[in-house]
Design a protein around this ligand. Structure first.
Ligand code: FDP
Length: 329
């Protein structure tokens, strides 16, 4: 006998249905947003599939190449980059793709209305050890004339101009979290259905937490204000939690409250993280969830990138904690 009670269970709200039923949340054409997210989701499904079998097949380990920042590329970095590029190319909404894995911009479709910035795999050094990794993306509305290929100046856009930003976290479950400028919503991947289902509606970052996430092994080289703030965290007996994958650390702090710090060092005052590919998206999400993001002096979303791969210190998380840190600068 068919267990009708089981099959009659509600499936939940799929990402696509959510986007369509919240059309008013997006100032531009909702069909565009739907298609763009569907393309990113397709890329993420491919990455998710590969991540889940990473230990079984030959995709872990170094690819033998370096990316534009001189960092070792992992095979999954290369594969994920290709998956997203292909998905966005097929979708046709995107005029230009900028990726952490490419030195220059890639023009995909001259009539596309959107520019996408992506870090296909964040936390690459965790791939080999089965620790959570992520994908980070930002979507901007094109401002240049349609039909003409974009140049670098067309894609060096402040984070405050993002129309959508989000990340996919490949963790104990796979989640997509995004904002289109009216709050933050999280969707959990249901592999059997191949769908992202709304699981975390209207996410709010607690105003204050008791966790700080930083590579404290480098603290002797951090600027004095950051060292003072870390002393304060210890006086308060905050817990240290540092996965070493920005998306995973950010996600935990988004849910539970906390602050993520990646300062500059004395030798390298701009730190490690990229403004365009990593910091802008997370800053937009943080602010939309009630949190804050700064480089210590300037709001991340107000920073004008001068180069594609520009780096910046990043302090992002619960608003009271970021304010407290800023007080030391
Ligand atoms: P990774 O180099 O492994 O890609 O984005 C860079 C990043 O990881 C972040 O995800 C992570 O938070 C940070 O670098 C880790 O850097 P450290 O090893 O210097 O702590």
């Amino acid at each position: 006998m068919i267990q009708s009670s089981r099959i009659a269970l509600p499936v939940g709200t799929t990402l696509d249905r959510f986007v369509k039923s919240n059309q008013t949340q997006f100032s531009y054409d909702c069909a565009d947003l739907s298609q763009l997210l569907a393309d990113i989701v397709l890329g993420a499904k491919i990455v998710n599939r590969e991540v889940n079998k990473a230990g079984l097949v030959d995709i872990i380990g170094a690819a033998g190449s370096t990316n534009t920042s001189g960092e070792q590329q992992y095979k999954l970095d290369v594969l994920a980059n290709l998956a997203f590029e292909q998905a966005l190319l097929q979708g046709g909404q995107v005029c230009t793709l900028v990726s952490e894995e490419y030195e220059f911009l890639v023009n995909l479709n001259e009539t596309g209305k959107y520019i996408v910035a992506i870090d296909p795999i964040d936390g690459s050094s965790n791939i080999d050890v089965d620790v959570s990794i992520g994908t980070i993306f930002s979507i901007y509305r094109r401002t240049s004339e349609a039909g003409v290929p974009n140049t670098i100046t067309d894609v060096l856009i402040k984070g405050s101009e993002q129309v959508v930003a989000g990340y996919i976290l490949y963790g104990s479950s796979t989640m997509l979290v995004y904002t289109s400028g009216r709050g933050v919503n999280g969707f959990t991947y249901e592999p059997a259905l191949g769908e992202y289902l709304l699981s975390h509606a209207d996410m709010q970052m607690p105003k204050k937490g008791s966790v700080y996430s930083v590579n404290e092994g480098q603290s002797n080289f951090f600027p004095a204000p950051v060292r003072s703030y870390l002393d304060y965290c210890k006086v308060e007996r905050y817990a240290t939690r540092y996965v070493g994958s920005l998306v995973a650390d950010f996600h935990r702090n988004l849910l539970k409250g906390g602050i993520y710090l990646y300062p500059g060092t004395l030798e390298d005052p701009r730190g490690k993280l990229r403004l365009v590919f990593e910091c802008n998206a997370l800053a937009f999400l943080a602010e939309q969830a009630g949190g804050k993001a700064t480089d210590g002096n300037i709001r991340i979303l107000d920073k004008q990138p001068l180069t594609l791969h520009e780096r910046t210190p990043l302090y992002v998380g619960s608003s009271d904690m970021v304010d407290k840190l800023k007080g030391y600068f």
